[in-house]
Design a protein around this ligand. Sequence first.
Ligand code: DGJ
Length: 752
Amino acid sequence: MKRAIPCLAATMLALGAWLGSSVTACASSTQAAPIHYDAGRRTFRIDAGKITYAFGVNGNGALQTLYWGARLMANDPLPTAAPPAPRSSFDPAGANTPQEYAGWGGPITVMPDLKVHFADGNRDLVLRYDSYRIVDGTLMVTLRDKQAGVSVVLDYAVDANTGIIGRSARIENHATQAVTLDRVAAASWNLPPATDYSLRYLTGTWAGEWHLRTRPLTPGATELESRRGSTGDENNPWFAIGRGAEWNESRGRVWFGALAWSGSWSIHIDQDVLSQVRVTGGYNPFDFAYQLEPGQSLDTPVFYAGYTDDGIGEASRLMHQFERSRILPAHAQLKLRPVLYNSWEATEFKVDEAGQERLAEKAAALGVERFVVDDGWFGARNSDHAGLGDWTVNREKFPNGLKPLIDKVHGLGMSFGLWVEPEMVNPDSDLYRKHPDWVLNFDGRQRSLGRNQLVLNLARDDVSEHIFHVLDDLLSHNDIQFLKWDYNRNWSEPGWPQQTPEQQQKVYVTYVQHLYDIIRRLRERHLGLEIESCSGGGARVDLGIMSLTDEVWPSDNTDPSDRLSIQDGFSYAYAPAVMMAWVTGSPNWVNGRSSSLDFRFLSSMQGGLGIGANILQWTPAEDATARGYIAAYKDIRATVQLGRLYRLLSPQERAPHSATESVATDGRQAVLFAFLRQGQEAQAYPTLYLQGLDETARYRYRLIHGKAANGTPEVASGAYWMHRGIDLELRGDMDAAAAVFERIGKVANGSR
Ligand code: DGJ
């Protein structure tokens, strides 16, 4: 059976060599990142980046977490694995062991990773250590319930630079009877016992994604999840847990992680009776059942996690670095996001050749590098009531096909992109009239619509082959560089009537595997093709889809003030390198708020800059402003997209101020954005203290927009900008400023 997510091992670590009674896998990168097995103590130890992770086999044969935190010294002794002492008859020996991967069986009371039932009615599964190997740098530990005939192979792949570990599991049925998996996690992460943890997580809804929430971890469970069939925006599969009251942007112990899965998922966070915290993530057990016949197996998604001593800001930067260097496709030569134009907010479904050509000419004149035709170019698509599924060019709108427009766009020096929503069908479409059985449904039951559309059952081989061929054809016959891949509703009635009742719920896994396969095959056949993951905004952003796409659309909400919070929330988990942000019309269509073009540009320049306004209506003065910002953006985008992000002032909870700083990977440039949503009384804007500069270097600053306080030096040391800071003069409502700091040399003598 194929792995759902590409294994990281080959890119992460090279195979080590036997060293006496222990084995070590050494990093292929500059930093050593050994996986070490101590046969005497039966312990595994991983050292990577600034972390050490350790687990061992205890006297009962269970695999038990020993340590996860800051890097230890090579010779530091680790405790031998021993289960916690029994507390009472209700918490007997083995009930609360912080197992790396627990089967539901025996006396356990902690959340199991794997819960099964067998054809003969047995539901008891006790997983015990069997063996390990290191293959291409990935540690693979096999657990087994010999009597039941079930094995689990745990994978541990380590990123030498960030210390982020990717864990997944393969469940194998070696029994002579079928086994049904009722609950399957990728991994559990165990944190040391404490009563002062708090959890940060992301919640949202359409046009209001990426709200950061914090809650104390108390005895009892917190479930972050999606039951929607896809990632969803109600929760995002990311978490961060900090210790004590003091953890903040730059201080405190933080454990964090994210699940690489674009289907229904769950991250279950539990504090048990011993105050141990356990984070279990994987397929959502809700409505889940995956039957394995003898000889069959199932792979889980990868659950990534990391640790830092340096606060949530550093946790985010580690995630960003990891995503750029290990998750995104073609990460070795990660491309900067081109400035794009998208037609949606300007023309909605009323796209046609002449209108799009006019937009393209104007966009090119402003400095845009990619022109994207959004919804409405195909089938009978004049509204959201019809046409989805019929991916042939609408000849009334484009009488000569897409070629004349594409040629025009290319002639203007831009790449060409097209909107698609391949997984959906309108009942009013030729595809649905021909194949009404291709959608998710239960025989004879209602088929609930969302945006007048139904979900095609990609788990079916014929459906996924059809989608692949339609897109392959589209890309083969048109010179397209970019697809905006949209997905605009949740699942409902997720039946698969063509399967036996025992197999139907495999839809939750097979659908997503097929989706990933389609994208992977398209990318293989159309080298250079870039894809944006969009789901009516940010409802499908996760490390799974990210490993196959180049950018994501965080929200349909393009109001530049709301966007400050949206982009801030997004940045906790995901990199600015993939976060697209458009400048659109004012007043904004979502909330009617008016804003200046300056504010809209500066808000959007915090990510991959796009323009989504009707630029044909812009005045010459607005054109000039736009041209200026687009040119300025091209100078700073490498820093914004690939640099180290510091969140200086948080816009969460409708705070009046927001400020971020990005420092280029080579340290030569820093970019500062500052926003004032609403001024109060005569209050000055807070002094901004830059971070991440070289104290002993000199930096010259210039403003892209805004005003600095009188007396602000043009050149000063990194120490000055970080400790004295800069005062910007922002006033009134919806004001913004941006400044660039260029490193111009060392401070003379380097003295203070
Ligand atoms: C939802 C997307 O988020 C929008 O940007 C736009 O592409 C529409 N779908 C088109 O139907």
